[in-house]
Design a protein. Sequence first.
Length: 140
Amino acid sequence: MLVAGGGPAGSAAALDLSRRGLSVALIEQEKYQTPRIGETLPPMIRHQLTGLGVWERFLECDPLESYGIQTAWETPSPRYQDFLHNPYGCGWHVDRARFDAMLASAAAQAGAELVASARIGLCPKRADGHWLLEAVQGGT
């Protein structure tokens, strides 16, 4: 199997698939060195990361506790979400590049082949109905 994109969703999928015994290649266009957007995680992340078996590794990334967030996604008026009474505890502020690298590393340790600095190239469908996917190394 091939997973394109080594962000949280791709790395979590590669980790889970590898643990289920499937052969997985995880393609990521970077080496987790540039800043990434989206650095606040909700409290439920604890449940999800525990299920993936990476909670302790997550804590080693030195996340900062977040007791609430203020957003203005849907309207110009900000909305505050309090985490103080959340059953999963606090939310977390993370260094996204470090967080993403941690998840990709966990996938690799579970057996996935991590191919960094690569991108998906051509993806033609062959006459037999199968797809031929090209991964090109040397990306950003």
